[in-house]
Structures are given as structure tokens and as C-alpha cells.
Design a protein around this ligand. Structure first.
Ligand code: UDP
Length: 239
């Protein structure tokens, strides 16, 4: 697999075209850390390697359980081969426990378990600070073709949640909430894309509620890399 031109550089990944493979891309995971719409920026050496490793295992786990993802194979410590998709500019946030922007916006106590799995849509648009949107907003903005596509996003989000909650529970982690991005393949299927990692998920230790995710960076607690390593090691059954 030979990298061709850089197609896109995001906050945490670079996407390259692949020589002779128009339907595939190479995702390269960077060490950059950003929060608050990139107002806070830093680097954590080795973070990209950890997220590539963690995302690889989680995509494989999801595929095993019937969720189609863009993952094809892990190419190197920082690189993953993926199916080329058109990203739907909606951040699908799935929540089991109130925290972060949900607690802030609605005054729900931080850490309160929600009575059911909540799925929210945010418009992926940096200039607007990724605002939360309703189904009707998504239709007016033409982010999807029709409401059935929004139902598909909701169903896929809940399916991913129903696979990952017990998976993490078994390794002593509470999956508090997470963000997914989906894309359309050339044949029109909606599949899971982007990444599933401590950059995009909140994990709290089951015993201590210690945060083992990007909130350590957002809140300036430190120990970001050690926390990501902890997630990786638990996934690998090392601890
Ligand atoms: N999230 C993300 N990227 C974003 C916004 C949120 O990966 O641009 C994830 C975040 O890590 C958390 C979940 O989505 O797991 C819900 O985040 P929330 O809306 O509470 O946002 P925040 O508190 O980070 O502003």
C-alpha cells in the first residue's frame, strides 16, 4: 500500500489516497490533542499510535458483531487502511451517563445515569462550534437524504453502544458517552468511520470513577498518555 496525495488533514488524523486503490484511504493517526474546538492544543508523544491500536481492536470487535465499519487493516503503528467514504457531517453522540455538555446545558448532575441511552446529533461545523441539531435542522441543512437515514444513524449508534458497554464493563471501564461519525460508501451504504478511541469516548474506571480519556487533557489533569495506555492494556488483557 503506497500513499498518494494527502487528501485531508484533520485535528487528529491525516487521510491519504492510495496508489492504484481509488476506493481506499490510509488514515494516519497524529499525536496532536485539541479541545474546545481547537482553542486548546497540545501534543502527546505516542498518542496516535495508541489510538490506532485501540481503534483497530474496537473496529474489529464491532465488525465481529455485525457493524460495518470503514476499517480494512492496520498497516503500521500509526496507519490504518480504510474504505473511502463521504463523511456525513453529523457527530452522533451516544450517552449512558450525564456529563460534559449535557450536564452543562440541561443542569443534569454530572455522573447521573440516564434512564435510557440518549442519542444526539451535532452539526460538524467548526465555524459554528458544532451546534446540537434536531432532525428537522439536519433535513433543512440537507445533511442526510431523509429521516430514515437519521433513524439509521440512531440505530447504528445504539447498536455500537450495546456492543461496547458490556465489552468495556468486562475490563473494568464504564463507557460514559462517545461520538461516532458515519460515511457513505460508493455504493451508498452508511458505515461507521473515523475512530473509536479515548479521544472520542469517555471511559471512567468502574471502581474509582477515574477518568481514562481526553477529559484529562480538556481539564488539564495530566497523565493523558498513561490513561490511554491503561485503556489499551485493559483491552489487550494485560492488566
Ligand atoms: N466528542 C468528540 N468530539 C467532539 C465533541 C464531543 O469526540 O467534537 C465526544 C466526547 O469525547 C464525549 C462525547 O462526544 O465522549 C460527548 O461530548 P460532550 O457533548 O459532552 O462535549 P464536551 O463536554 O466535550 O464539550
Amino acid at each position: 500500500m503506497e500513499k498518494a496525495k494527502l487528501l485531508y488533514e484533520g485535528k487528529a488524523k491525516k487521510l491519504y489516497e492510495v496508489v492504484g486503490e481509488p476506493d481506499k484511504l490510509i488514515a494516519e493517526f497524529k499525536d496532536d490533542l485539541t479541545a474546545f474546538n481547537a482553542q486548546k492544543k497540545s501534543q502527546e508523544e505516542g498518542k496516535g499510535i495508541l489510538n490506532n491500536e485501540i481503534s483497530t481492536i474496537l473496529f474489529q470487535e464491532l465488525e465481529k458483531n455485525g457493524v460495518e465499519t470503514h476499517f480494512i487493516s492496520k498497516l503500521s503503528d500509526r496507519e490504518m487502511l480504510v474504505k473511502r467514504v463521504d463523511i456525513i457531517p453529523i457527530e452522533v453522540v451516544i450517552r449512558n451517563v450525564a456529563t460534559g455538555s449535557l450536564s452543562k446545558r440541561l443542569g443534569i448532575p454530572n455522573g447521573k445515569k440516564l434512564p435510557f441511552t440518549l442519542v444526539e446529533f451535532y452539526y460538524k461545523k467548526d465555524e459554528l462550534n458544532d451546534p446540537i441539531i434536531t432532525d428537522e435542522h439536519a433535513l433543512i441543512l440537507e445533511l442526510v437524504k431523509d429521516v430514515s437515514e437519521l433513524d439509521t444513524l440512531r440505530e447504528l449508534g445504539k447498536k455500537v453502544n450495546s456492543i461496547l458497554v458490556p465489552y468495556f464493563d468486562a475490563i473494568g471501564l464504564r463507557l460514559i458517552d462517545f461520538k461516532l461519525e458515519f460515511g457513505r460508501t460508493s455504493d451508498g451504504n452508511i458505515i461507521l468511520a473515523d475512530e473509536v478511541s479515548p479521544d472520542s469516548c469517555r471511559f471512567w474506571d468502574k471502581e474509582t470513577n477515574e477518568k481514562l480519556d481526553k477529559d484529562r487533557f480538556r481539564e488539564g489533569i495530566g497523565g493523558v498518555k498513561v490513561a490511554y495506555e491503561q485503556v489499551r492494556d485493559r483491552i489487550l488483557g494485560r492488566v
